[in-house]
Ligand binder design. Structure first.
Ligand code: GLY
Length: 382
């Protein structure tokens, strides 16, 4: 698999969902086309841009300029950055601001930001006047390759992450790769875990391409756009065949059953970004698959080697404050997994590997098997 050496035009990926189909536009400076695209898609619409303070510093004026150039009215709703905004209180703030701005059924909400802003603004749009359309303008790598695509929106409950939400597809996604230039390296790396995930779960050739070209992806340019477009195509294909996660869409949760438990154990704090939890979770899922005899140890080692090479954490012990309560204790981690949405009648659902590039849904994993595996991992590196 090769990426084009240079690319001046945006790449457009179609999410084929019938009457809810939409384009993902990927490219450097794609944001400048936002106004013209809205004018074509929804003539006469007014817009409200929901963003956070940090993204606003860098990208709000450019977004407003793109809208004004096309004669589109826009108001701004700026929330605090971080998961603290993905709450009942944050939802109330955004919803009341949208109502005060008189955003109506034919208007558009624009989510300008990372996963938190996309989930929050998308959920507010889903419930405002029983549903207003929205556009995703993702500004983190993780949002560009995962959370902005597929229509999952929501907020956290004090009892767990993403426990309140709705499937509400955007009408357009604009992934401007230039906005990634201002991302801190650790954030970019965390997003890269989700890029690698698409290779591990369904495309060995893409994983091999990443192994050979990851440095170029981190540098930027055509390789980065190729990686983002390949990830979006993979996600779009899965979402098109299983929008509501009754089957195959669960494959996108590779690394997430372990990862969410680790995020919960670290208090959803900066000690472990979501993508870092997915990286450790993906390695654990590969090693668990090997322990169950589904793949060779060398396959699990290959996944671990690549993620470690780009600087992602790959072991429980790599997580800051590992020895603190919750992380060094297999039973505590299991209890956290039982709180996740991936549990049914006491059995856990894991996404496991039959090969690098072929993930499967294992919907009936006994907690004791997971406990034994985790205890062995913890003892091996103690
Ligand atoms: N992030 C997983 C999904 O969208 O289904």
């Amino acid at each position: 698999m090769t990426a084009p050496l240079r690319r001046s035009e945006a790449i457009v990926v179609d999410v084929a969902l019938g009457e809810r189909a939409y384009d993902i536009v990927i490219g450097r400076d794609a944001l400048t086309s936002l106004g013209a695209r809205i004018a074509a898609l929804r003539p006469g619409a007014r817009t409200a841009i929901v963003t956070d303070r940090n993204v606003a510093k860098y990208w709000l004026e450019k977004t407003e300029a793109a809208l004004h150039q096309a004669g589109i009215a826009a108001c701004r709703i700026v929330v605090d950055e971080g998961e603290g905004s993905k709450t009942y209180a944050g939802l109330e703030r955004v919803s009341e601001a949208l109502i005060a701005a008189r955003i109506e059924r034919n208007d558009l909400v624009i989510a300008l930001g990372g996963g938190v802003v996309g989930d929050l603004a998308g959920f507010a749009a889903a419930i405002l006047r029983r549903g207003v359309d929205f556009i995703q303008v993702p500004t983190s790598l993780l949002a560009q390759v995962d959370s902005s695509v597929g229509g999952k929106t929501g907020i956290n409950s004090p009892q767990g992450k993403n426990l309140l939400g709705a499937f509400h597809q955007p009408v357009l996604v604009i992934a401007d790769t230039a906005v990634l230039d201002t991302l801190p390296p650790r954030q970019f790396r965390a997003g890269y875990a989700e890029v690698a995930k698409y290779g591990v779960l369904g495309d060995e050739a893409f994983f091999a391409w990443l192994e050979a070209n990851h440095a170029e992806v981190f540098k930027g340019g055509a390789a980065r756009e190729h990686a983002i477009a390949t990830s979006c195509r993979a996600k779009a294909a899965i979402v098109a065949r299983d929008e509501r996660e009754t089957g195959d869409r669960a494959l996108l949760n590779l690394g997430h059953t372990f990862g969410h438990a680790l995020e919960a154990a670290t208090g959803f704090s900066d000690r472990l970004f979501h993508g870092e939890g997915v990286a450790v979770g993906m390695v654990l899922a590969a090693q668990f698959s090997a322990a169950l005899g589904m793949i060779a140890e060398s396959d699990a080692a290959r996944v671990e080697r690549h993620l470690a090479e780009v600087g992602l954490p790959t072991h429980l012990q790599d997580i800051a404050g590992f020895a603190q309560e919750g992380l060094a204790d297999a039973d505590a981690l299991l209890a956290l997994m039982a709180q996740d949405k991936k549990v049914r009648r006491g059995r856990l659902t894991f996404i496991l590997l039959r090969a690098v590039g072929r993930a499967v849904i294992a919907a009936d994993v006994a907690p004791a098997q997971v406990r034994d595996f985790l205890q062995a991992k913890l003892a091996a590196r103690a």
